[in-house]
Design a protein around this ligand. Structure first.
Ligand code: HEC
Ligand code: HEC
Ligand code: HEC
Ligand code: HEC
Ligand code: HEC
Ligand code: HEC
Ligand code: HEC
Ligand code: HEC
Ligand code: HEC
Ligand code: HEC
Length: 315
């Protein structure tokens, strides 16, 4: 049959046919040769279907630290997504392709704890020493709620963009950040993670230090003292008077003087017979800086002399 076929061939058609055969042999060779990885070592098992044509930036992961292929510790697709065998080879008779072993999809992905464990296999310890007990972990916040691992630019790790990521869940802090007195966060000079470790910490409220004051002292060292005359609430907790996220009163104060002070100091019991100091709105303590007109050194004073001026934070 083959013989008959060949005999029937005219010379031109024969040449065309030979050319076609050579082409198909080439194609077979290519199919046998291993596919090239596109972004991560060993990613060809996935990138034969995923990558270049997708809107989602699958391959941009190659531009992140996870794409440092020379480093043995760096992941490949299946380090994060799992072996995903039924996803790669859809079993016969199954109409919908099964999901990869680990799906980080916000709608119906793998359980949050299992997602996080996948990342923690490589990122346990360090800044995440207190992750397990942090409210973020116990309230099922995933690593991926904050981090974009496929994107070349991970917003949450950029000082300028970080707060926007946090605000998606923390509306109250967003509102406070728009008040007139605030830390220079919108300017990108500092950010949430200067005070908080979002992965958890030994201190309260995920603070980077063991308590509020030590956290504030990392930048406001002069408020640490030591002072000879200390003001008890200042030693106790800066956030008694200040709201670090933003206030309508200047100096991040929760309320203005004299009301701030009168939460603790009786309005009517001021010593020295200052008739005008009893909270009357035209009095010295209600005008301008209120009590601070006279008590200017509210965080503490340093003069060892045991005289009223020092004792009462007036210089
Ligand atoms: C034979 C083609 C094919 C291969 C090979 C393949 N995928 Fe997929 N993958 C798809 C298709 C098609 C979808 C879209 C399915 C859908 O929308 O339901 C998808 C969707 C996904 C999704 C999004 C769905 C979700 O819930 O998270 C992820 C993640 C994913 N694939 C990862 C991988 C990884 C990792 C590999 C390699 C281990 C891989 N895929 C290999 C075809 C493939
Ligand atoms: C470091 C861990 C990690 C590695 C490595 C990784 N991925 Fe992902 N991948 C994720 C996470 C996390 C998401 C979910 C991202 C999100 O919600 O924005 C995701 C999402 C996806 C999606 C789904 C996008 C969608 O439509 O929801 C696809 C497809 C995907 N990855 C494929 C791959 C492929 C292919 C590789 C290898 C080249 C790979 N991933 C490597 C962690 C990883
Ligand atoms: C197989 C190990 C492995 C897995 C799994 C893994 N990572 Fe990584 N990751 C690394 C390595 C290695 C680096 C580079 C570390 C370095 O340079 O110190 C890194 C770096 C990072 C960085 C810092 C990037 C930078 O530019 O500094 C972030 C953020 C990160 N990983 C988040 C994640 C998240 C979220 C997951 C889970 C979705 C995850 N990783 C899963 C190994 C892994
Ligand atoms: C609430 C938001 C948030 C969550 C949830 C979160 N991160 Fe982060 N992560 C950050 C921020 C902000 C930074 C940059 C500031 C810093 O380093 O503390 C960061 C930095 C990192 C880094 C780079 C710096 C380093 O520690 O080496 C890695 C790696 C990382 N995160 C991994 C993870 C993993 C793994 C998880 C889940 C177990 C996770 N993150 C959950 C916000 C988050
Ligand atoms: C996906 C939502 C989500 C994102 C994004 C998020 N958080 Fe949270 N955060 C929570 C939840 C849930 C809690 C638990 C308390 C609550 O319900 O408000 C919490 C609590 C906190 C707490 C209080 C912890 C405590 O022990 O009381 C701090 C501080 C915090 N987050 C900081 C951050 C910072 C900083 C970022 C950005 C880097 C961030 N969060 C991003 C969901 C989120
Ligand atoms: C200057 C330090 C500082 C900065 C910057 C800062 N915080 Fe805080 N944050 C604190 C302190 C101190 C507390 C605990 C006392 C308090 O609630 O006033 C706190 C508490 C919180 C709480 C818990 C509130 C509650 O009622 O339990 C959340 C949530 C929070 N911060 C989110 C953020 C977010 C999001 C950012 C960035 C936009 C941010 N913080 C920036 C110092 C800071
Ligand atoms: C990462 C450094 C940093 C930390 C930590 C920090 N601050 Fe600040 N703080 C600043 C900077 C920067 C300014 C703005 C100074 C300027 O504009 O001259 C500022 C300004 C202030 C102001 C004056 C605001 C105004 O309206 O002028 C107060 C009050 C203040 N911080 C209180 C605190 C308290 C309370 C804490 C702890 C909860 C704290 N800060 C932690 C950096 C920090
Ligand atoms: C008893 C209330 C109170 C407490 C507690 C307090 N402050 Fe203040 N703070 C004030 C008042 C009032 C002002 C405004 C002073 C003025 O206008 O002269 C102020 C102003 C500031 C300022 C801006 C002006 C300046 O002096 O630099 C900073 C920074 C500051 N406080 C940091 C702190 C830190 C850090 C702590 C905790 C160690 C703290 N404060 C605790 C009442 C308090
Ligand atoms: C959270 C409560 C609290 C707030 C708010 C507060 N103080 Fe005090 N203050 C105290 C305590 C407690 C002492 C120590 C009282 C003592 O030693 O008898 C004190 C001591 C003082 C003293 C020295 C008293 C003495 O007998 O030598 C002065 C002056 C003073 N405060 C002024 C102020 C002013 C002005 C404000 C407002 C800017 C203010 N305080 C806000 C609790 C507070
Ligand atoms: C016109 C200046 C002035 C103003 C305004 C002022 N004080 Fe005083 N304050 C003094 C002087 C002076 C003393 C010391 C009196 C003495 O040693 O006999 C003093 C003492 C105090 C003491 C020490 C205990 C006492 O009663 O002697 C407290 C507490 C105090 N002031 C709180 C306040 C508060 C709160 C306000 C605002 C409502 C305020 N002061 C406004 C000048 C002022």
């Amino acid at each position: 049959m083959n013989k008959t076929f060949l005999i029937l061939m005219r010379s031109v058609t024969a040449a065309l046919c030979l050319f076609a055969m050579a082409q198909s042999a080439l194609a077979q060779d290519a199919a046998k040769a291993p596919r090239k990885d596109l972004a991560l070592k060993g990613d060809a098992v996935c990138t034969r279907c995923h990558g270049v044509d997708e809107e989602y930036p699958v391959l941009a992961i190659g531009q992140t630290k996870h794409g440092t292929v020379a480093d043995k510790r760096t992941p490949t697709c299946i380090s994060c997504h799992g072996a995903s065998e039924t996803h790669i080879n859809r079993p016969a008779g199954v109409s919908e392709r099964p999901k990869p072993t680990i799906s980080f999809n916000k709608k119906g992905g793998t359980q949050p704890e299992e997602q996080n464990q996948t990342c923690l296999t490589c990122h346990q310890g360090g800044k995440r020493t207190h992750w397990q007990t942090s409210l973020h972990a116990t309230r099922d916040t995933t690593c991926v709620a904050c981090h974009q691992v496929h994107a070349a630019h991970d917003k949450v790790r950029d000082k300028r963009d970080q707060a926007q990521v946090c605000y998606t869940c923390h509306k109250e802090q967003r509102a406070q950040s728009q008040r007139p007195s605030r830390h220079p966060i919108p300017e990108g000079k500092m950010t949430c993670s200067d005070c908080h470790n979002p992965h958890g910490s030994a201190g309260p409220k995920n603070l980077v230090r063991d308590n509020v004051n030590d956290t504030c002292y990392t930048c406001h060292m002069e408020k640490r003292g030591p002072f000879v005359r200390t003001h008890q609430p200042v030693q106790e907790d800066c956030s008694i008077c200040h709201n670090p996220h933003g206030t309508t009163t200047p100096n991040l104060l929760k309320t203005r003087s004299p009301f701030l002070c009168q939460q603790c100091h009786e309005p009517t019991s001021h010593r020295g017979n200052f008739g005008s100091l009893t909270g009357n709105s035209t009095s010295a303590n209600a005008a301008a800086r209120g009590c601070l007109n006279c008590h200017t050194q509210i965080h503490g004073t340093n003069n060892p002399a045991n005289i009223s001026n020092e004792r009462t934070f007036r210089r």
